[in-house]
Design a protein around this ligand. Sequence first.
Ligand code: ZN
Length: 336
Amino acid sequence: MRLPILPRWRAHAGRAVAWFALAMLHAVPALAQPQRQPEPLAEGVWLLPGSFDRGRQPDGNSLLLQGRDGLVIVDSGRHADHAAALIAWAVERGQPLRAVINTHWHLDHLGGNIELRRFAPGLRAYGSIALREAVERRMPDSETELRSMLADPATDEQTRRMVEIDLALYAGRANFLPDEHVDGPAHAVDIGGRRLRVGVERGVSGGDVWVLDQASGVLAVGDFVTLPVPFFDTACPAQWQASMRRLEAIPFERVLPGHGPIMSRDEFKRYLGALDRLLSCAASDRTVAECSTGWIADLGPLLPAASQRSIAPMLGHYFEQRLRAPATPQNRDCTP
Ligand SMILES: [Zn+2]
């Protein structure tokens, strides 16, 4: 599958900017999406599902937590409608929004921080040191690249709209800097009377924070788990696999992926097995089509039927750009 955008996109993705090729490759028909609403998961716990609409960059899932005397949001999405839904939820709860915890630095988990800080100026943001480094070092380079895309007359209208959204977020990137670093061994934190356990792993973005809500047993893992495929844009696959095994050892009941529906422990294990086999397949001489068929079979009911035809183009992109590309600093994020 060749799309006119790809050569430009390849140049971009090769610089590890985490700008997702998937928005272009996504094969699910474009639908008018209703305003997404938070869905209750447990007492004091909601999920605001992310989006993955054709012609738009994604929003990650957000986990919404209500404590005795305050609210906590895990991941803030990218787009204005996602942030608006988060703020509407906070207003409805009638308690102060105490904190946002960002699992990692990709804009689909972070962009909403700008609006959240405007809404709640006393808000504390939690994130990894890698998030700070990305804001300070990666984002300026990425901004330059996006500006050059805008300056290029060959850039189509749809791409321009996506670029402009991300440039507006970069302009406010001071809001992305964490006030509190999540670092060192996993530890308990109490925010607004909600008891959480937080830790940091590596593999997706260089520093990926997980959050366990102690009362409900819901574990938010950011982009360690994503559907319809793993997003390898800034990944170190070997670290990813090792981190998944440590995540499996956490006493959780359900896992909230970065993208896709909430999973049971058995479903998480199924995903982990599928990831292992996908990476083995990528390291073999089997074709993208064979590996895609294996991924679809391994995930079984976890994969929405509508996503199946998008698997091979997405994996083809990642095989070429990351998993089967010659190892260079630009396409491997495996620094220890
Ligand atoms: Zn994401």
